[in-house]
Design a protein around this ligand. Sequence first.
Ligand code: BGC
Length: 730
Amino acid sequence: MIALLLYFGHTSAQVKTFTGANWISSPDSAACPVFKKRFLITKSVRTAILFITAHGLYEAAVNQKKVGEAYFTPGWTDYAKRLQYQSYYLKQLKRGDNNILVTLSAGWYSGVFGEDMKQDNYGKGTALLAQLIITYQDGTQQVISSGADWLRSTGNIRYSDFYNGEVQDERVRPENWKKVTVENFNKTSLLPTISEPVTGQETFRPKRIFKDSKNETIIDFGQNLAGLVKLRIKGKPGDTVTIAHAEMLDEKGNFYTGNLRDAKATDVYVLNGKPETVHPHFTYHGFRYAKVTGFIPSYNNCVAIAVHTNLKHTGTFSCSNPMLNQLQHNIEWSLNSNFVDIPTDCPQRSERFGWTGDAQVFCATAPFNRYTLNFYKKYLADIKADQGTNGAAPVVIPDFEQQKDTIKQGVAGWGDAATIIPWNLYQVYGDKTILKEQYNSMKGWVDYITAESKNNLWTTNGYGDWYAPGPKTALPFIDQCFWAYSTQLLLNTAKILGKDNDAKTYEKLLGRIKTAFQKTYKNKDTTQTACILELQFDMLAENKRQYAADKLAVLIKINNNHLATGFLGTPYLLPVLTRFGYTKLCYTLLLQQTCPSWLYPITKGATTIWERWDGIKPDGTIQQTSFNHYAYGAVGQWLYEDMLGIRPALPGYKTINIQPHPDSRLKWAKGSYACAYGKIVSEWKIIGSKVSYHIIIPKNTMANIELAGQKLKRVNAGDYHFITTNNVCL
Ligand code: BGC
């Protein structure tokens, strides 16, 4: 690696390194201006660190070598209040003439983005702020700062935005260097980068190259993903190559873009006659298929590269049922595709916002698969920054549209990301600083709802159990349940942080919320989601709970053993059933193949999780929906926590609970989770009427192992084998 991206550990003293630097911009309207600075080195270099950020996106090269590997830097935050910068150790400086070249693009800052293809969401145009600090072997320093002595031009990237794609003219190289404009933009919102960078990761070669019935040339990369196509091309100067992207083929097997809304999702290259490898730099697409013109693709001259936040893999899951393994694969690929600096809803259409509802429903599943602490910390800091003074948490974060009306601020199941994500992170990573940092944000959200409520009832507009098939669950019912849950999490947090007065206040509030719920919504639990939420959030008196769980089971059975849940009910469906003794029914739902079910999309060839259960209807009709939305992938939590039975007994897994739930409709299941102490393994096999277990508990931890029909075992770190009988659900 030529330059190493430094993620952490920059103190405010280092922020001061930008003091000598000025924001610079290009006065003409070039979409992607290029900035240049030449400098001389006469002594031998000990270290060289580049600090850099932009209004828009930047890509820097020093001595013609790209700096770092990241895409879409400086990342997306609430720019007015929080603008990240990155720091890179440079290894490519040399004695003599050196140069730094930086290309900018409008990106989230001012590029086309948002409903109605708006522009300038955070400001106009683009600007650069950079500082290179060179320390020589003799201890002296030289500082190269962006300012009036830099030059600007335009390069081969003629246009780029996230929805429409990128246009490159390979005949153009920056020349006719002109003066830059020095800008007076503030430097007060700068902060060091928080999360791991977005990088190019998995590579896919074409699986199939074919002509569709419209005689269009299509490449099938075999996997739906967020990323880009890289081509090796050679043609006549001025020849044009276009690459359009799509997730699906239509009913006739033709390239289908009907679900992309306004996104053109097309990259264009004008060739210069020389052989070249090209790819977009400031955009990405959600696609499995590429339609190419002006280029003859082969299995060797093009690849798709998945581009997403570079997070360490933490878990593994597999079992004897290949369709469930495909489900796990699809969950991971919707995770990959929607962890692009922020947690997005989808990667393909003209949307890709940080919907809080989607983020919270998936935040218990994601950490089993990837190390998400820094990724979510960054997002939570933006929730905090974007919460109104009234505490309302917007439905999309960063709140680039500055939603003013309350439906877009205070939505049950969406705004609750403010309490649910920090609480889940604390459970997984055991890090109290998350709770400390987010406490005011959590409190602000609950206090907002309380202020909005009347007679201890919260009734607000919202999205409800989004895309639930069948009868709708009433919004006020949902509102009250999430108000209670957020209050419960705030109360737990107040206790942990020793905020005793707050704990008392919210304990009383929670009592009032539940009493009002029990009075007002008695017998109103007529849908699966209503039963699920009231059970998951302990809304009912204890002696009423089993009855509600039995009712949920009946609702599922009369629905022909199918779920009828949307975004809010689905994540808790299987956990609630297991908690109340219906694990056998969980397996029935999980293994269901007809619509709606988790496996139905797999019968239709899905390689990612769909936004709707029936993205392709049973009759083959394709809906104008996203085929890469992770929300229903929240079932992944149950696969790890209940099928394998791995969960923290104490936050951070210092003590672990192992309680697997085998079922004889599978022959075996196995998996692991790498917690901070090491790898936890849980594996079971059905052997005749017996079940054999293999469990590994990492060093410096303890575990409570609970196997059905067996006494609880408290064990230290070690490698354990057990064989039991009577342990199968069936
Ligand atoms: C998004 C969802 C989001 C929803 C709000 C949709 O357009 O794709 O994932 O949560 O709007 O209901």
